[in-house]
Design a protein around this ligand. Structure first.
Ligand code: NDP
Length: 240
């Protein structure tokens, strides 16, 4: 059974929850991070530290990682998965929603990287997987701020990949297509929320299974340390 510590942010639902169960079943000790601690505690996974941390709080993030490393040894994989998508048209959307997305999706990802990268470089091993989106390289209507954050995740990942590469550290990107998680629930514009159902019909009514995202992250991680799948794009076959 695997003993390397894995940190998953946004583990309380969706992709992160699937990853938590998958990596736990493979024997890894885990640090699970999210704001709804009770959701993650309910998983009752062995060798798992659950921490209520907002990823935009760099100090809280760093303290959680230090505590997990004392228990389980150095972080070998960090999955920066926590994210928010609040759809809106720029003319009418509350700018506070842009800030929430930027703080979580971009600053949260940078915070995670900054907490683990130096240690990984020193150990000459370690993997960071940033969860971006197809909206990280393709525009969608009413996604301006969300696309900005995910294009940002693409850009920062490619830059940090170069920082890690000379020390044998992998910095990778996964870009999923539409999957039915809690992500859309937080959009406050009901019309845009409802629009998803029409759009889903264009995919033949079949969205991506979140478990396949978790399995893809495991596939990327389980490659030899000398092999980097720099970006993996996964979507329902009928998504355009
Ligand atoms: P969910 O809404 O189900 O999961 C998002 C997770 O992020 C939750 O566990 C949430 O937990 C956590 N989270 C949100 N804000 C914060 C914060 N500030 N600090 C800590 N944790 C936070 O959606 P998904 O599983 O779909 O999303 C996971 C990632 O996948 C996101 O980055 C999303 O952008 C990306 N993605 C999703 C796609 C989809 O169609 N579902 C497609 C492409 C990419 P809590 O509320 O407890 O904090």
């Amino acid at each position: 059974m695997s003993q390397e510590l894995i940190v998953i942010t946004g583990a309380s639902s969706g992709f992160g929850k699937e990853m938590a169960h998958l990596f736990s079943a493979k024997g890894h000790p885990l640090l699970l991070i999210g704001r709804r601690q009770e959701k993650m505690t309910e998983f009752h996974l062995p060798k798992t530290l659950v921490k209520q941390v907002d990823v935009s709080d760099r100090q809280g993030f760093a303290e959680a990682i230090q505590e997990a490393e004392k228990l389980y040894g150095p972080v070998d994989l960090l999955v920066n998965n926590a994210g928010q998508m609040l759809l809106g048209d720029v003319a009418n959307q509350d700018p506070e929603e842009w800030s929430r997305m930027l703080d979580t999706n971009v600053l949260g990802t940078l915070n995670g990287i900054s907490c683990v990268l130096a240690g990984m470089k020193e150990r000459q091993r370690g993997t960071i997987v940033n969860v971006s989106s197809i909206a990280g390289f393709k525009a969608f209507g009413n996604h301006a701020a969300y696309c900005a954050t995910k294009y940002g995740v693409h850009g920062l990942t490619e830059t940090v990949r170069l920082e890690g590469a000379e020390s044998n550290v992998r910095v990778l990107l996964i870009s999923p297509g539409a999957a039915e998680t809690e992500l859309l629930n937080h959009t406050t514009n009901q019309e845009m929320k409802d629009g998803y159902h029409d759009w889903k019909e264009t995919m033949g009514g079949v969205a991506l299974d979140p478990l396949k995202v978790a399995e893809s992250v495991a596939f990327m991680y389980e490659m030899p340390q000398s092999v980097s799948i720099r970006e993996l794009v996964i979507a329902a076959t009928k998504q355009d």
